[in-house]
Design a protein around this ligand. Sequence first.
Ligand SMILES: [Zn+2]
Length: 126
Amino acid sequence: MHEYAVTHNMLDIVLKHARAAGATRVTRVNLVIGGLTGIVDESVQMYFDLLSENTLAAGAELCFRYVEPLFRCRDCGTEFTANDYEWVCPQCGAIGGEVVAGQEFLVESIEVCQKADRTEQEDART
Ligand SMILES: [Zn+2]
C-alpha cells in the first residue's frame, strides 16, 4: 500500500507538469528513488499502469535512478554510505548519524509529446 500512495502523488505531479507544458501524451517519466525509502520499482510500475489509465500518462515508460543512502557522522562530520542496519562512522567509529541522502522519491523530469499547433502557442504567450 505504501507504493500505491506514493505512485498516486507522483502521477498527480506528472499530470500537472504535462498539462502545464501543453502535452498531448507523456512518453517517459524519470524518477529518483532513495535507497532508504523501501520503495519497490516493480510495484510503482504496476500501480502507475493502473492509475494512469485514461490519462495523458497512460503507457508512459518509467525510468528509475537509485540514490545510495548517505549519512553524516554527528561527532566528526564525516559522510559515509551504509546499509540499513549498521550506521557506523568509518572515521571515528561513532554509531548513528544524520541521513543526508536516500530518503527521496522524486520526479526528476518527464518527456512529453506536444501538439505542433500554432494557435495554441500564441495563446500561451498572452
Ligand atoms: Zn565520525
